[in-house]
Design a protein around this ligand. Structure first.
Ligand SMILES: [Zn+2]
Length: 332
């Protein structure tokens, strides 16, 4: 893994950041910490590989990406892209729409995988020899062993709060749309209101199969009337707007960084629901165990991978290191 966060697999592939010496770039998903140097990759790499949904989301979230650029090649899950003597494929990851893991098989049949970000419950484990694994919740304290179904809790909280008027939900791109889908599947039929950027991401999710019902822009007349008059609707905003909108309304923030309780009151009318699109610590360990990897590298760039590497070695007896370290660049 390189110092700029590029995950280097085999001889040709750099994932989730630009690497000048690699002809292939893979984008596992459209979150900003996996789009580093994308413009450079599109300009310099022979191919930039990702799913079609990730391409559409990345183009929405990162204006510099041109959908029709000839270097961009979309792949289905499981479709093999051959380059030199290596075979590259994307495997579904349960994280946000379009998210994937990456598998590179070299000429000798060695299987090298990068998990990208994932939640274990909906993610097929890649059987591999060498595994690079995300480490967001890589500390043993990061466990969400709740007795209740957090999804059901979230839906019932929204339903209850709708009796008092508009409900604001704060979260990250991708997860907001997952919450929207959950609410629709639970027959919550009130209008959803959102600012333009969230709306654009939501439209991409609808293009790729989500059915999210009535959507209004918060800047349009209909959306403004709903919010200004505190009428029953759910307003979805990015987490970074928490301090700026809906300050007098009932508010729900969805975040994975909560381990004590599935639902906790954090303000007069605000609750934090522990809903994550990442595996917790137990999920990470379980993924590594099921992958049967003989060598594991934890992502020490997007999160602190040291603790997870130590726990993998200790609990599973598998060789594990966190990368990048301070000195130099390493390839696997
Ligand atoms: Zn992510």
């Amino acid at each position: 893994m390189a110092k700029n966060g590029a995950v280097l697999l085999g001889d040709y592939v750099a994932c989730d950041a630009f690497c000048a010496s690699r002809p292939l770039r893979v984008v596992t998903h459209a979150h900003a910490d996996h789009l580093y140097g994308l413009r450079k990759s599109v300009k310099c790499c022979e191919k930039v590989l990702m799913t079609e949904a990730t391409r559409d989301l990345a183009a929405t979230l990162n204006g510099s990406l041109k959908l029709a650029d000839p270097s961009i090649q979309t792949l289905e899950y499981g479709q093999v892209f051959e380059y030199g003597d290596e075979r590259i494929s994307l495997v579904k990851a349960d994280h946000i729409l379009g998210a994937s893991q990456v598998l590179v098989e070299d000429a000798g049949g060695i299987r090298i995988a990068w998990s990208g970000d994932f939640r274990l419950e909906g993610t097929p484990v890649v059987d591999c020899d060498v595994l690079v694994v995300e480490a967001t919740y890589g500390r043993p304290s990061c466990r969400r062993n709740f007795k209740v179904d957090v999804r059901e809790l979230l839906v019932s909280k929204v339903e209850k709060n709708l009796r008092g008027g508009s409900v604001y939900v704060f979260g990250y791109h991708g997860k907001l749309q997952e919450v929207m889908q959950m609410l629709r599947q639970a027959d919550v039929e009130v209008p959803f209101v959102m600012p333009e950027r969230v709306y654009d991401v939501t439209k991409v999710c609808e293009k790729h199969g989500m059915n999210l019902g009535s959507l209004s822009l918060s800047s349009d007349k209909v959306g403004r009337q709903l919010l200004d008059n505190n009428l029953p609707c759910v307003a979805f905003y990015h987490m970074n707007m928490r301090q700026h909108v809906g300050l007098r309304n009932s508010r729900i923030s969805v975040s994975g960084w909560e381990f004590s309780k599935p639902c906790r009151q954090i303000g007069e009318r605000e609750h934090l629901i522990a809903f994550s699109d990442h595996s917790d610590f137990d999920g990470l360990i379980e993924y590594v165990r099921q992958s049967r990897a003989k060598k594991v590298i934890t992502d020490n760039f997007r999160s602190n991978g040291d603790a997870l590497a130590k726990e993998i070695s200790r609990r599973l007896g598998v060789s594990a290191v966190s990368m990048p370290k301070d000195s130099g660049q390493m390839t696997f």
